[in-house]
Design a protein around this ligand. Structure first.
Ligand code: FPP
Length: 239
């Protein structure tokens, strides 16, 4: 794997499918929530590293629309962990000039989570360093269907001419409207799947799969993934 070079292009937007928390815990004879707890420290490490090297957007797949199928105890632990993270780390987000955004069906989240999220989003809205985008109750197909619904309603109301629909107008109706497409998609834990994550947005992203479980994924693993990205030639369909 090619080494990270701070002089070479830094991906503007990195998206991560954080996977392997459960297996990390199982390997240690611990409950799954312990994997998520240690995974939150990996989130912090990723934020620090991205801020330091000048990444502009970091999108983390924290809870998928399908994750509602998990046992209630695990869902409660994850939601509690995220609320705790927000409450405890908002001063650090402020100190590091990090702005928080969320994508996904936020109205499905418990009230306490939504309140914590809204508070941190409002507090960090004017920060102009790294943008942390957390995908919560997020599903890419759901997002695409919702964008289509909005466009159809606008067409019925005469606000949008169907003949003028193009990629750009469509993308403006996604949750990620204000966010550039990811340059680099990382998935941890050695799984070769996209799992309903940013299907539209990763059209030209470079994909790096690492065997490391998310709770072990720290600064050097992220720099290694960026080094791999820097060694690729992106052609965007050209030659
Ligand atoms: C996938 O591992 C991980 C998740 C579904 C949750 C990720 C959440 C965190 C790391 C908590 C902190 C997040 C923030 C944004 C503060 P898995 O449970 O699917 O693992 P497995 O595939 O080994 O079972």
């Amino acid at each position: 794997m090619a080494a990270f070079d701070p002089e070479k292009e830094i991906p503007r937007h990195i998206a991560i499918i954080m996977d392997g928390n459960g297996r990390w815990a199982k390997d240690r004879g611990k409950p799954r929530r312990e994997g998520h707890r240690v995974g939150a420290a990996s989130v912090e490490a990723a934020l620090e590293t991205c801020g330091e090297i000048g990444v502009e957007y970091l999108t983390l797949y924290a809870f998928s629309a399908e994750n509602w199928k998990r046992p209630e105890t695990e869902i409660t632990a994850l939601m509690g962990l995220m609320t705790h993270f927000l409450k405890e780390k908002t001063p650090k987000l402020m100190a590091n000039n990090i702005r928080l955004q969320v994508i996904g069906q936020i109205d499905r989240l418990p009230e306490s989570n939504r309140a914590a999220l809204e508070k941190t989003i409002a507090k960090t809205v004017n920060n102009d360093g790294l943008t942390l985008v957390v995908a919560l109750s997020y599903g890419s197909r759901e997002e695409i269907v919702e964008a289509t619904r909005k466009l159809m309603e606008k067409a019925i109301d005469g606000e949008v001419d169907p003949g003028k629909l193009d990629n750009e107008l469509f993308a403006q109706h996604l949750d990620t409207a204000s966010i550039p497409d990811p340059d680099l998609l990382i998935r941890t834990s050695g799984e070769f799947r996209i799992s309903n994550f940013l299907l539209w947005q990763i059209s030209y992203a470079e994909i790096v799969i690492t065997n490391t479980f998310w709770p072990d994924f720290r600064r050097q693993h992220l720099l290694d993934a960026i080094g791999e990205y820097q060694s690729r030639q992106r052609r965007f369909g050209g030659i």
